[in-house]
Write a protein that binds this ligand. Structure first.
Ligand code: ADP
Ligand code: ZN
Length: 743
């Protein structure tokens, strides 16, 4: 291997030092040439340290061809060292090149996602710990009360840090040191490791229904049979998780690693508990909330193949698995799988590519599959497994629409403005009387989405985005939900000075909570949004409180819609179903359907039947009709028909080009330049430039092109050639978003 890879620089001349290419995890780079010192044996996939300018960086030996025009081998800097890590497998290296080619990102930027952070690659530091010595306490030991307390605290034999033992025993650190000196306590060095235990595939799962068994057998049959994509399409509560756990067990039994991608890892405490119940131990987690030590341990465990099951958010897809053999993408329709900055990619789509390159199966699970996956299942490209019934025969909730034009919320002198129509109010009341719980769903954080001065018409806008500031009354602040700008809510209007005229317009969850508290003062109520829940611990505590019936009403944003199981929840009220349908977004209908269907699925998951009331001004909208009639397939077929007619994805290909500049004129000029150089091709249409959906974001002015192409056109190649010729000013940034989601 050494001779082949190391000689690629100049195979002909043995007098020149061998050299090779190293891919560096830098946002703008491809590979670089380095000389190989004679004592190093290197192959593609090896992790190496190399000099770059004055720095030393970690890179990967890559099999890309030598650069003809490059510096002569004898002038090259040499690789410093090889890191003691298993090499990155070839399928993963091809994956990095593939993602880079598809997303038009530099391979170095993709590699960076695999390396996670330089710290992640460093071997874990041993930690110093103390514990009760494994021999009798010395006879001459003077046992002061503090020493006695310490020794009894250490009785359990656990290794703890000195500080922790001191705290537990309620003594000073000097006491600990004294006991170490006498030999009553012993010190040891522990290298922390993840995972603690391997999941056990042989533990029995629940006994599956006939329908579930058939689905599980289908998936298990695909494990160890090469590449396949299967859509696991089952109604909420049908047991999709139990079913794909069987496939996980099969992959584990075959000695392979498994990746489960979830959209909201922060809220998956219930998922983790179920996994632990099924497999006897926790999986390795990968998400943005990890501390750096956890990150380092997890990364290494994945690379060394010790992490058998990884559950993570989209970035977990890029971890350096040594023997990945199955991917499950749960809630595959979720928009959260789309990464919108840095390397722009859709984790579900890239996961399919990863499985193809690694030649193993992938399962896409959802109660409301994306239109893309449905189309692929119908055309036979993907396999399909359906679970049409809820486990245990629980009924699907009954969905009813409330036409707000006929039944508007009534203003009440004691309550003020209202957001709850009379039928919904009655339903909440009945639910509370029956001792059940209600979820009121409003996908808007804060108190009010807009604050207006009634005296002069002033509206509070973000200084660096084209967006209103959202009032968060609980915090006493106005906040921009796009850039995070925040300011104290003023007492008076900054434009006219009037103190009595500032008026909130429209509802957010805080404002809705205010109304509900006034109307149902005895009900125990809690808001569930990203402002009220910080991190997984708070999320699972809230979920516990709901399950323990410590709450009667939950007012929730999207966060509350996700796969939680609340047996006592029988009513779901949707406050503003039309919210997501505004704007010209291609997927607005599909997304609204997904969300509302998912929220609706929270109702009646146990013995008590559930009920869903949806407030809308547009009851005839296809989305509303699909929800009432429970006819998802017809709705998706209708959507598919429209997209096909317009050559929109997944039938045609689409990319968005976003230009941004510090001032509007520069943005317009750059847009004209891009437009002028657009290729003229029969199968390509360039729409724009237009203002991007957020015309100003973080102080940058944004223009957008949509590039539509027939499926047969090599879109990336065309884009690459077009954009390579552009000479844009340095202050202008151009972002390419292949398969854009929100536009
Ligand atoms: P989905 O993922 O389709 O929403 P879940 O797998 O979460 O469905 O199952 C819903 C509930 O039913 C869970 O509490 C789960 O533990 C339970 N359940 C599903 N299948 C079975 C089974 N065969 N035996 C016992 N409980 C089951
Ligand atoms: Zn802003």
């Amino acid at each position: 291997e050494l001779s082949r890879s190391a000689r690629t620089g100049d195979p002909g001349d043995p007098s020149k030092p061998p050299c090779l290419r190293v891919l560096l995890p830098l946002p703008l780079s491809g590979t670089f040439s380095y000389a190989v010192p004679p004592e190093l044996a290197l192959s593609p996939g090896d992790y190496v340290t190399v000099p770059l300018g004055r720095r030393e960086v970690i890179g990967l030996v890559w099999e890309s061809p030598p650069d003809e025009a490059a510096v002569p081998a004898e002038k090259l800097k040499a690789v410093h060292a090889r890191l003691d890590l298993p090499p990155l497998p070839q399928d993963h290296r091809r994956f990095i090149d593939w993602v880079a080619g598809y997303s038009l990102a530099p391979p170095g930027a993709v590699l960076r996602m695999t390396l996670s952070s330089p710290g992640a690659l460093m071997p874990p530091k041993p930690m110093r710990r103390v514990r009760r010595a494994d021999r009798p306490t010395p006879a001459d030991l003077k046992l002061t009360p503090a020493r006695r307390r310490t020794l009894s605290a250490a009785e359990d034999g656990f290794a703890r840090s000195q500080a922790e033992l001191a705290r537990t025993a309620g003594v000073g650190i000097g006491v600990i040191k004294g006991l170490i000196a006498t030999g009553a306590l012993e010190e040891l060095e522990i290298v922390p490791q993840l995972p603690v235990d391997a999941p056990d595939p042989n533990r029995p799962g629940p006994s599956l229904s006939v329908e579930q068994r058939a689905a599980a057998d289908d998936l298990m049959g695909k494990v160890a049979n090469g590449f396949s994509v299967t859509l696991l399409d089952g109604v909420t509560g049908s047991g999709k998780t139990e079913v794909y756990f069987e496939a996980v067990a099969a992959a584990l039994a075959a000695g392979r690693q498994v990746l489960v991608l979830l959209p909201e890892i922060a809220l998956s405490a219930q998922w983790l508990q179920r996994f632990a119940r099924r497999f006897g131990t926790a999986p390795v987690e990968w998400h943005s909330d990890l501390k750096s030590t956890e990150r380092r341990l997890a990364w290494r465990a994945v690379a060394e193949g010790r992490a058998k099951v990884v559950v993570g958010a989209r970035s977990a897809l890029f971890l350096p698995y040594s023997e990945l053999g199955l991917i499950v993408v749960d809630e595959e329709h979720e928009a959260a799988f789309k990464q919108e900055d840095g390397v722009i990619y859709h984790a579900r789509d890239m996961a399919v590519v990863r499985a193809r390159l690694g030649d193993f199966p992938i399962v896409l699970a959802s109660a409301t599959p994306s239109l893309e996956s449905m189309v692929n299942a119908q055309s036979g490209k993907y396999g399909e497994v359906r679970l049409p019934n809820r486990h245990g025969g629980a009924e699907l909730p009954k969905v009813q629409l409330i036409d707000l034009r006929r039944d508007p919320p009534r203003r009440d002198p004691d309550i003020g403005v209202s957001w709850l129509s009379p039928p919904l109010l009655r339903a909440v009341e009945e639910t509370l009387q029956s001792g059940a719980q209600a979820l009121l769903y409003l996908n808007r954080r804060g108190y009010a989405p807009l604050t207006l001065c009634r005296a002069c018409g002033h509206r509070f806008e973000c200084p660096s985005c084209s967006a209103w500031l959202v009032e968060h009354r609980f915090l006493g602040r106005l906040i921009c939900h796009h850039c995070g700008y925040t300011t104290r809510t003023p007492e008076a209007c900054p434009a006219c000075g009037e103190t009595e005229a500032l008026t909130p317009v429209g509802p957010g969850v805080e404002r809705l909570a205010e109304e509900v508290t006034r109307r149902f003062p005895a009900a125990r109520l809690q808001i569930m949004s990203s402002d009220s829940i910080h991190g997984p611990a708070e999320a699972s505590e809230l979920i516990r409180r709901i399950q323990a019936h410590e709450l009667d009403i939950v007012i929730g944003t999207q966060l509350a819609a996700k796969g939680h199981h609340f047996p006592l929840l029988t009513l779901v009220g949707v406050i503003d179903a039309d919210l997501g349908l505004k704007g010209g977004d291609l997927r607005a209908g599909e997304r609204t359907y997904h969300l509302l269907h998912q929220v609706a699925g929270r109702a009646g998951r146990a013995e008590r039947p559930g009920r869903v009331l949806i407030q809308t001004y547009d009851p005839d909208h296809p989305v509303m009709q699909a929800l009432v009639q429970g006819d998802r397939d017809r709705f998706l077929a209708l959507e598919a028909e429209q997209r096909q007619a317009g050559d929109w994805p997944p039938f045609g290909r689409l990319a968005a080009l976003i230009l941004s500049a510090p001032d509007p004129d520069m943005a317009d000029q750059a847009a004209r330049l891009v437009a002028r150089s657009a290729p003229l091709l029969q199968d390509l249409r360039v729409l724009g430039p237009a203002e991007a959906p957020l015309a100003v974001l973080r102080g940058r002015h944004r223009r957008r092109f949509l590039v539509k192409a027939r499926r047969t056109l090599p879109l990336q190649q065309v884009l690459r050639r077009w954009l390579a010729e552009l000479q844009l000013p340095n202050a202008v940034r151009l972002t390419v978003d292949i398969d854009p989601y929100s536009f």
